[in-house]
Ligand binder design. Structure first.
Ligand code: ZN
Length: 340
C-alpha cells in the first residue's frame, strides 16, 4: 500500500500556494497511486486541508462561471462582481428579459446540486477497490454541493434580486411571484432538507474497516443528548424567527437564519458526536479537521474580497459534523477508504 508520499517534499512551515496545490493534486490524479489512509501527521492533515480548499474553490468557481456563461449566452453583460458573485448593476435589470434573468440565476444552482452534488455522491458511493486521493476530492465536491439544495431553500425568503447579487432560489421564487409567506415556509423546509441531506452523505465519509466495527454510540450521555437536542431547538427557532422577520420586511432576519440557524446546529452535532471513540478520532483527522482548516484558509480571501468565502466555513463545519454524527449512529456503513 502506498501512503501519501508527497509529504517527503512538503514543508509544513511554508504552506504552498493554491496553484502549487492544484498541480500537486493533478499530478496525483495522473499517478493514480495515492491512497487516503489513517493519517495522523500534521503535514498530512494540512495536505488534506488544501484538497478541501481546492474542492471549495472548484465548486464555487464552476457555479459562478455558469451564471456568467448563461448570462453572456443571452447577451446579458454579467461580470464577476467578486470571486463568488456574478451579475449586473441592479439599475440595469429592466433592460433585459425577465426569463433570461431567470435562466442566469437559476441554471447554476441546478447544475451545482444535480451535477456536482448528485453525480459526485453517486461516484463516491460506487463500490470500488480503488482508494485514491481524487476520490477524496470528489467526496468533498459531493459534501459541498448536495446539501446546497437545502441551503438555497433556507435562504429563499431573502429579497429577490434579479441582477444576480442575491440568493439564486429567492430570484427564482421572485420570478414566479411566490408570496413571501410561502417562501418563509419553504425556508423552514430548506432547513430540514439541509440537515436531512447530511444523512445520505454519511456514507461518503468513511473510517478504516477495522475501526468502523468498533460501533461508536452517540447517545451514551443523557446530558449531552439533552444539550444537543436543545441546540437544535434553538437552531430551528432562529430559522423560524428569521423568516418571520423577513415576512415583516426586516432584512436582518437573514442573519438570524444564517447565524442563529447554522451555528447552534453545528454545535448540536458536535455535542452528539462520540469524540472519544477511535473511529471518530480517525474521522476527525481525515475529514473534520481538513474541512475546518480547508474552509478557514479561504476566510482572509472572503474578508478582503467581501465574498462568500467569509462565511463558507460555517456551512462546511455543519456539513462535516452532521455527516460524522449520522455516520456515528450507523456504524455498519461500508468504508470507502479502507486500510489494506
Ligand atoms: Zn448562484
Amino acid at each position: 500500500m502506498v501512503g501519501i508520499s508527497i509529504f517527503s517534499d512538503f514543508d509544513a512551515a511554508n504552506p504552498p500556494g493554491i496553484l502549487t496545490i492544484l498541480s500537486a493534486v493533478s499530478s496525483f490524479l495522473e499517478e493514480n497511486r495515492v491512497s487516503v489512509r489513517s493519517c495522523v501527521k500534521t503535514k498530512e492533515v494540512l495536505f488534506l486541508s488544501f484538497v478541501v480548499t481546492a474542492a471549495i474553490l472548484v465548486s464555487t468557481t464552476v457555479h459562478e462561471f455558469l451564471h456568467f456563461a448563461v448570462a453572456r449566452a443571452m447577451e446579458i453583460p454579467a461580470q464577476f462582481l467578486n470571486m463568488t458573485t456574478v451579475g449586473i448593476p441592479s439599475s440595469n435589470v429592466d433592460q433585459y428579459s425577465a426569463f433570461h434573468l431567470l435562466l442566469m440565476n437559476g441554471l447554476a444552482p441546478l447544475f451545482s446540486i444535480l451535477a456536482l452534488g448528485g453525480l459526485g455522491f453517486l461516484y463516491s458511493i460506487r463500490r470500488s477497490s480503488q482508494k485514491h486521493l481524487h476520490r477524496y476530492f470528489i467526496a468533498w465536491i459531493a459534501l459541498l454541493n448536495l446539501p446546497y439544495l437545502g441551503l438555497q431553500m433556507l435562504l429563499v425568503a431573502s429579497r429577490a434580486r434579479f441582477n444576480g447579487t442575491g440568493n439564486d432560489f429567492a430570484a427564482i421564487a421572485g420570478y414566479f411571484g411566490v408570496p413571501i409567506e410561502t417562501r418563509a415556509v419553504l425556508s423552514v423546509f430548506g432547513y430540514v432538507c439541509f440537515l436531512s441531506l447530511l444523512y445520505p452523505l454519511r456514507v461518503v465519509i468513511r473510517a478504516p474497516t477495522n475501526q468502523s466495527s468498533e460501533g461508536p454510540s452517540a447517545f451514551k450521555s443523557s446530558l449531552k443528548r439533552i444539550l444537543g437536542v436543545s441546540l437544535f431547538g434553538v437552531s430551528f427557532g432562529a430559522v423560524c424567527v428569521g423568516n418571520w422577520m423577513l415576512v415583516d420586511d426586516i432584512p436582518s432576519g437573514i442573519f438570524a437564519i444564517v447565524f442563529g440557524g447554522l451555528m447552534p446546529a453545528g454545535l448540536g452535532f458536535a455535542t452528539l458526536i462520540p469524540w472519544a471513540t477511535k473511529w471518530v478520532k480517525h474521522i476527525s483527522m481525515n475529514w473534520i479537521l481538513p474541512g475546518v482548516l480547508g474552509s478557514l484558509f479561504l476566510l482572509p480571501l472572503g474578508i478582503i474580497d467581501g465574498n462568500d468565502y467569509a462565511i463558507i466555513w460555517l456551512i462546511v463545519v455543519d456539513i462535516i459534523l452532521g455527516s460524522t454524527f449520522f455516520a456515528s449512529i450507523s456504524p455498519t456503513a461500508r468504508p470507502l477508504f479502507s486500510e489494506s
